[in-house]
Design a protein around this ligand. Structure first.
Ligand code: MG
Length: 216
């Protein structure tokens, strides 16, 4: 897989995006998508994962992505990679991890696009870093996605808030990755009704459970 770096060093998307856009524009109608965080959702979170040999798929990831692919639902990965700016890993190492993940998911590649950013949290509020919804909105624009019929799956509070800010109606929080640690905050968010009317958050154990529940 080759890659296209866009505009600035600290934001990028894979050229899969361009391929997906062609598919999407050919049909000329907005399509549903499932947005997934990468670390702790599709692959196990190894704390700034940089070694492809450390990449392990989370339970249920392969089946879920395959199922979405079979249903022609766009699969979009949105991932914060602040470790690149912090010099824990390089963009090249980040891409090697992606390639390993895609290899483990099997052929044909079920991921349509990957959006990543290396912003750190104290950089301007308009950047690509979740909880900002920027990567989601950019993907929706690039790929002609119907966010009102889309889903987001994440393990961190920042994923959930990004989905909410993009008005994604169905958001799943999973316990993998940082999920167990952050579940309390998610429950607080739900109980305080801080979620917008457009979004509902569902708490699940892992992607295997999400698959059972997934109806778009
Ligand atoms: Mg995560």
């Amino acid at each position: 897989m080759t890659n296209t770096k866009v505009c600035k060093l600290n934001r990028e998307f894979e050229d899969l995006t361009l391929y997906s856009r062609k598919i999407s524009l050919k049909t000329n109608k907005m399509i549903s998508a499932v947005f997934l965080d990468r670390d702790g959702v599709i692959i196990e979170d190894c704390h700034y994962t940089k070694n492809p040999d450390d990449v392990k798929l989370c339970l249920g990831a392969k089946n879920l992505l395959r199922e979405l692919n079979n249903k022609n639902i766009m699969v979009v990965v949105i991932t914060n990679q602040s470790g690149i700016t912090k010099n824990f890993l390089s963009w090249e190492q980040y891409r090697e991890v992606n390639n390993r993940m895609i290899n483990l998911l099997g052929y044909p590649n079920p991921i349509n696009a990957i959006y990543a950013n290396s912003y750190i949290s104290d950089q301007p509020a308009t950047n690509w870093r979740k909880p900002n919804p920027t990567m989601i909105l950019k993907a929706a624009f690039d790929l002609n996605l119907n966010l009102k019929k889309s889903i987001l799956i994440g393990d961190r509070l920042t994923d959930i808030i990004a989905g909410q800010r993009a008005n994604i109606p169905k958001i799943f929080h999973v316990l993998t990755g940082h999920g167990r640690k952050e579940r309390g905050e998610i429950l607080k968010l739900i109980s305080q009704k801080q979620i917008s009317n457009e979004s509902k958050v569902f708490c699940k154990k892992d992607l295997k459970e999400v698959l059972k529940d997934l109806i778009i």
